[in-house]
Design a protein around this ligand. Structure first.
Ligand SMILES: Nc1ncnc2c1ncn2[C@@H]1O[C@H](COP(=O)(O)OP(=O)(O)OC[C@H]2O[C@@H]([n+]3cccc(C(=O)O)c3)[C@H](O)[C@@H]2O)[C@@H](O)[C@H]1O
Ligand SMILES: Nc1ncnc2c1ncn2[C@@H]1O[C@H](COP(=O)(O)OP(=O)(O)OP(=O)(O)O)[C@@H](O)[C@H]1O
Ligand SMILES: [Mg+2]
Length: 276
């Protein structure tokens, strides 16, 4: 694990949900998924399966909500995904008993690079193309099979903008969108997701070796604590830093992620109507 990741021990903020609270979230989320599908008049849902905890938990709850026959999984490997994650994604589909397809996205990504060769060496731009390509495939299936696209965004990602605009956030709903990352792990454990998947380090897998915590520079547990106390909560920068026993620069970093991602949490703006 990199030294650049701020990871204090024994954080004094406890996000742990009780068993009855976890059960309440489970029922609330499954009811939500059912109502989104019903209100849309859709026949079911489609979800991208990455082998990560967000998609694993969301797929699990979708099957509880809709039944396995109503959920279609897409496993979409690229050249930068590990085989372990892709086989975990297939394992999840098989465990849940859902239909799934494996679609290699690299030829599609290659077509984008052929169309715009100057982008090839831009790691982030190319990673975002991989993410957006999966979004296009999700909607291809959703349109053709009358399904809604299930997103897997959680509150920690939403508040930091840690997703690709019109990529993995291009979805019809985010069932786990109100849970901080730590609570995602807890709920996954509660509903019976295997421990190795619950404990796996989160990765966007947009390039080889990427991990969320290294890129953001702080652990999810610390990030979640700052979000709860300061971004969602009432504490000042100084009070949050003092409560968590971290440097104020950590809080500033989270504030910066929150502020610079504001545009991702809104519909694209247009000028005010001009009355002539
Ligand atoms: N102020 C502003 N107002 C309106 N639009 C603004 C803007 N600033 C940038 N933009 C637009 O947004 C674009 C940048 O946003 P975007 O394309 O999303 O790209 P960006 O935010 O630069 O990168 C995506 C971030 O999300 C992470 N990610 C992506 C996908 C999945 C996961 C995961 O956890 O699985 C994580 C990824 O590692 C990276 O840190 C700019 O090119 C511009 O078009
Ligand atoms: N190779 C892939 N195949 C299919 N879907 C993918 C793939 N990579 C990413 N996705 C989709 O994009 C979503 C966002 O990725 P993200 O990494 O945030 O979540 P995750 O992989 O489920 O969990 P973790 O944060 O633990 O890695 C995934 O939940 C999944 O729906
Ligand atoms: Mg992932």
């Amino acid at each position: 694990m990199s030294d650049a990741v701020a990871r204090p021990k024994d954080l004094p903020v406890d996000l742990t949900l009780s068993e009855s609270e976890l059960e309440a979230h489970r029922e609330h989320i499954t009811a939500f998924v059912r109502s989104v599908v019903d209100d849309a008049g859709a026949d079911g849902a489609v979800i991208g399966l990455s082998g990560g905890i967000d998609s694993t938990l969301t797929a699990h709850l979708a099957v509880e909500a809709l039944g396995a026959e109503a959920v279609h999984g897409l496993v979409m490997p690229s050249d930068v995904n590990t085989e372990g994650n892709m086989s975990d994604a297939e394992r999840v589909a098989e465990m849940l008993g859902i239909d799934y397809d494996v679609v290699d996205i690299e030829p599609i990504v290659d077509a984008f690079v052929d169309a715009y060769p100057a982008g090839e060496d831009h790691r982030m731009a190319l990673g975002n193309v991989r993410v957006r390509t999966r979004g296009v495939l999700n909607y291809f299936v959703a349109n053709a099979e009358s399904r809604i696209v299930l997103g897997t965004g959680n509150r920690s990602e939403t508040l930091t903008g840690y997703y690709t605009k019109y990529g993995d956030q291009a979805v019809d709903c985010n069932p786990i969108g109100n849970l901080y990352k730590r609570q995602v792990r807890q709920l996954a454990d509660h509903v019976g997701v295997p421990e190795d998947l619950v404990e796996k380090p989160p990765s966007a897998e947009m390039w080889v070796g990427q991990t969320d915590e290294e890129e953001m520079g702080l652990s999810y547990d610390l990030l979640d604590a700052v979000l709860v106390l300061h971004v969602d909560g009432p504490l000042s920068t100084a009070a949050t830093a003092s409560t968590l026993d971290v440097d104020e620069s950590v809080i500033d970093r989270v504030d910066e992620l929150y502020a610079t991602s504001e545009h991702k949490r809104h519909m694209p703006p247009a000028p005010d109507a001009l009355s002539l």
